[in-house]
Unconditional design. Structure first.
Ligand code: UT7
Length: 342
């Protein structure tokens, strides 16, 4: 059994816990591609504006009858196949999403049903674009403590169903997709070396979907007022995204006593190429270390990091023993970072 010493800031003591590794990844993007040229026919925008302000060229959009769990299930199947893990061996399924199939039951339960993962405890968690890293840390804690052995974590979104297709300031940014990872203790591997999470609820108003919940239950009026669509104060969010991801990355490096030069690959939340450039400069990591799929996918919230991670692994961008930094920022506000030895 592989174990790792984890420093607990709260207790200021070192505990010997099981190490936790990602042992398989998978992803799924819906078939339909929406290009910037397509968007220019829908709202007053241009390929030139979208490319220079965001770096996004196109994004995938789920079919009308495709729900978030459908995307999640496909990504999960691919991750399980790569890990060589059977659905019945899953002890837990965590789905990070802001676009669940329904309020309840959880999207994780729909995934369970389709996979036949009869032994898994299932729940969703919500930390917007940081959701996958929150799921990674949650899964890690359960395995590290010895409570469970195998956890499937998924970041999945059908953002197209909460996108206001008449609002050019947001509709050009988002896409649909899902990414999954299987977590286990694997003897001989160190896996997750550090992980940090943080939130600031004072800034919740800058990025939200106000309608449909208990604050503004769905009504004719909320539909008329477009409250069931995502709203974002882009400029403010941009500033906080850079500072929060930078802080989280530095904290995660500090926690495992590594420097940025020792990191081989960085997978940031893919919201805007200018955010990645700003972080790159201030972290002191060349852009060649970053894996970016943003031009092809747009911002997929909780799905962004796991889809990029799976693509990076399959493309040979990440090699065995590489040190990988994952870093995210999202509505809430929430932020998170994790460092793994692959
Ligand atoms: O994933 C969660 C975290 N999300 C993020 O990290 C997103 C962070 N924010 C951003 O990425 C950027 O703020 C945006 C890409 C959303 C916007 O870029 P910006 O450089 O901050 O532009 P802006 O909102 O200040 O808008 C500049 C101009 C405005 O026109 P005026 O007022 O200068 O005349 C907008 O009306 O661009 C206009 N504009 C557009 N023009 C053409 C806004 N959207 C569009 C558009 N096409 N799609």
């Amino acid at each position: 059994m592989s174990r790792i010493a984890i420093r607990s800031a709260a207790q200021n003591k070192t505990t010997c816990l099981r190490s936790v590794s990602i042992v398989g990844t998978g992803s799924y993007l819906p078939e339909r591609v929406l290009t910037n040229a397509d968007l220019a026919k829908m709202v007053d925008t241009s390929d030139e504006w979208i490319m220079t302000r965001t770096g996004i060229k196109e994004r995938h959009i789920a079919a009308k009858d495709e729900a978030t769990s459908d995307l999640a299930i496909e990504a999960a199947r691919r991750a399980l196949a790569q890990a060589g893990v059977a659905p019945q061996d899953l002890d837990m399924i965590l789905v990070a999403t802001i676009t669940p199939d329904m309020f309840f039951p959880s999207t994780a339960c729909f995934v369970q049903k389709s996979l036949g993962a009869v032994n898994a405890a299932c729940f969703d968690l919500q930390a917007a674009c940081s959701g996958f890293l929150y799921a990674l840390e949650t899964g890690r804690q359960f395995i590290a403590s010895g409570s469970v052995d195998t956890v499937l974590i998924i970041g999945a979104e059908k953002l197209s169903c909460i996108t206001d297709w008449e609002d050019r300031s947001t509709c050009v940014l988002f896409g649909d997709g899902a990414g999954a990872a299987v977590l286990q203790n694997r003897p001989g591997t160190r896996g997750i070396l550090s992980s940090v999470m943080g939130s600031d609820g004072n800034l919740s108003h800058l990025l939200s979907m106000p309608g449909g919940g208990s604050r503004n239950p769905a009504s004719e009026q909320t539909v008329k007022e477009h409250l069931h669509f995502l709203k974002m104060a882009g400029k403010e969010v941009f500033k906080y995204a850079v500072n929060s991801m930078l802080g989280a990355a530095k904290q995660a490096l500090e926690q495992c006593a590594l420097t940025i030069d020792q990191v081989d690959c960085i997978i940031p939340h893919q919201a805007n190429v200018r955010i990645v450039q700003a972080i790159g400069e201030r972290l002191g990591a060349p852009l060649s270390k970053y894996y970016l799929n943003l031009p092809r996918t747009g911002n997929m919230s909780a799905a962004s990091i796991p889809v990029a991670l799976d693509e990076a692994v399959r493309a040979g961008f990440i090699h065995q023993r590489d040190v990988v930094l994952l870093v995210a920022f999202g509505g809430g506000f929430t932020w998170a970072a994790a460092i793994l030895e692959w």
